[in-house]
Design a protein around this ligand. Sequence first.
Ligand SMILES: NC(=O)c1ccc[n+]([C@@H]2O[C@H](COP(=O)([O-])OP(=O)(O)OC[C@H]3O[C@@H](n4cnc5c(N)ncnc54)[C@H](OP(=O)(O)O)[C@@H]3O)[C@@H](O)[C@H]2O)c1
Length: 260
Amino acid sequence: MKVTFIGCGNLVQAIIKGLAQSSRPMNEFYFYSPSQLKAKELASRYGGNHLDDLQGHQSEIVVLAFKPQQLQAGMNNAHRVTSNESLVVSLLAAVDLATLKKHISAQAYLRLMTNTSCAYQKGVSTYLSTEQNEKTQYWLDLMKKVSSLYQMQNEQQIDYLTGLNGSGPAFLYYFLQQWINELNTHPLLENISLEQKQSLVLETLASAYASLQAHAEPTQLISQVASSKGVTLAGLEKLSQQLDLNAVMQACYQRIQDLK
Ligand SMILES: NC(=O)c1ccc[n+]([C@@H]2O[C@H](COP(=O)([O-])OP(=O)(O)OC[C@H]3O[C@@H](n4cnc5c(N)ncnc54)[C@H](OP(=O)(O)O)[C@@H]3O)[C@@H](O)[C@H]2O)c1
């Protein structure tokens, strides 16, 4: 099955890196990016083929991986390699199935929102497709190698959850960076190296994740750490006053509406 990636930026690089680690043969993959640089880099690093030109190339699965802001030009390129037998897979935020159908005529369409942890085979993806057929199954089987998959009931669910599985890793990185900055500027820790401070923060994350994997119930774990009138509770009270996750998710959702 030929799988052609239109756009080869951060997300495609993560997916291909993850697939390469799964020992998946790469010869069915074709990469195209207008500047050619990233397409060539992918093909030379992981195998597969880069396309200098889309002329005369047709693909069973066409994966859209440009920015939503590049929609018209990207769709024009995708259109050239798509036939009425193709499956169009969109990795784009904020672009719904109706918009895909308006731009490109294909047999089936699949929208998938994932994240760059596919590089470590730890992606988290939501998806919705217009039909189940051999090609959609083929694509989902590929993605299963690098990501968990959650089928959604409608596209609003994909849009809303983009604030979690699409953007959420960046929020967690931000939180951890704030923690590192805090340790780094505190006078009590002047004599401790930055490396050790980074390690302390990341190891704390890993230890919390180990407990979560064993129990999977955050509230119960919190109660084990936070005793009445204790240290943790003092911090938690402050955190709950400042962290407004609903506002964060709404900001993401609103941005998706603005991009439409
Ligand atoms: N990054 C993430 O964590 C993430 C997570 C979820 C969803 N997404 C979605 O994934 C998509 C790609 O994101 P990204 O972060 O990978 O973007 P990116 O790193 O900016 O890469 C964009 C790619 O699109 C190519 N491109 C630009 N104009 C094009 C055109 N007219 N035709 C074909 N390709 C074109 C660029 O080519 P050149 O290399 O030649 O410039 C580049 O390879 C976006 O729609 C985004 O919403 C990303």
